[in-house]
Design a protein around this ligand. Sequence first.
Ligand code: AMP
Ligand code: GLY
Length: 427
Amino acid sequence: MNILVIGSGGREHALAWKINQSPLVDEVWSAPGNPGMHNVGPCFDVKATDLDGLEKLAKQLDPDLIIVGPEQPLADGLADRLRGAGYDVFGPSAAAAQIEASKGFSKDLMAKYDIPTARYQRVKTVEAASAFLDTLEAPYVLKADGLAAGKGVVIAESRADADDAVKTMLDGQFGDASAELVIEEFMQGEEASVFAITDGENFLCLPAAQDHKRAFDGDKGPNTGGMGAYAPAPIMTDALMADVKERVVVPSLKGLAAEDAKFQGVLYIGLMITEEGPKVVEYNCRFGDPECQVLMMGLQGDIVPLLLASSTGGYSARDFAALAPAGGFDPAVTVVMATKGYPEAYEKGSEIQGVETAEQLEGVKVFHAGTDVSPDGALIAVGGRVLNVTATAPTIDEAFQRAYSGVNAIDWPEGFYRSDIGWRVRR
Ligand code: AMP
Ligand code: GLY
């Protein structure tokens, strides 16, 4: 079979790389892809947000499965269009993608189906915001309702900061995405992410991962899309995972189906493990980036049958459960290398050397995100997050060592990375 992967980040490179190892797969195509994905299979120059162009490309290529990486095209209805054109698609409909595209929708869903989360209110005016803030204590959590590229959450330490942030957000800080806000109670605890691969009814959870959202060591600096990740996350014990399945995954999928928004694809559940148990921080309608890189690297067996079954549906619970990739999961770590300045403004075009040297190290693979090839053939940085130096090993400690040996092999003076990925579990 032939598979088309849509997207151009480290997440999509990892997916393309992993599925290309499946004995079921002949070719992996990407749109638009990146220089790393180019080494996996042909890339087609159609952007992930160009829905017309992607539908045309699908008709031209006639893939057996289409995997949509990023959230924006899912929220815009790409999966609906491609399914309408007769293709099997890994990724939810626009209706189901609201679980990420509207924080208000996701909070209302949790309230209606009794899924543990922070107390909240949806607000559209300064007055309504102020009235609800009166019922909370610092710190205050303010969220733009819509998609804001991972930047739409403000944690305000004081009431004055919260009032200012409410005004700025409602005044259009994130455009239409912040015309409505969700204000919620602050939750204390450790975060972990669970990934349920589902046909809307049946599901299988991959090992839980932990991401590092802040730009700098010590969890300091601004929020980013994620500076590194590892899996499995030891905080997610078997007992806790069982609890999350029962109290979060099952009711979320049932609730979505009951709201005419059956979810097919991967439901990413961001959790806060609080003293009162696990609570949902947010849902995403796609794999995490960079969490996907560690999941694809750590999974030993073939994931293609599971992705395909989620896309087609029609499996019995028993047949679906039998699709769990064989061979288990090896501990995996990824360290993001970003251009200096990210997540604020940064220069483009700096040269990167040493990727091949890094990949010669045992257990190391470098996934590309914001890279390009210059006219004279050099690998250059053209994005914020640029490389994901990823490693697996028999133990998590060795995986960290291998990933950082990989980072050290890369010569890129304009890049930076966090040196403390996995600080919670590293010895
Ligand atoms: P979100 O985009 O909703 O995941 O929020 C981004 C980050 O803000 C999360 O990963 C948490 O670190 C933090 N956050 C969001 N909501 C809360 C909350 N209610 N309590 C504490 N931290 C939160
Ligand atoms: N790494 C966080 C995300 O993909 O949303």
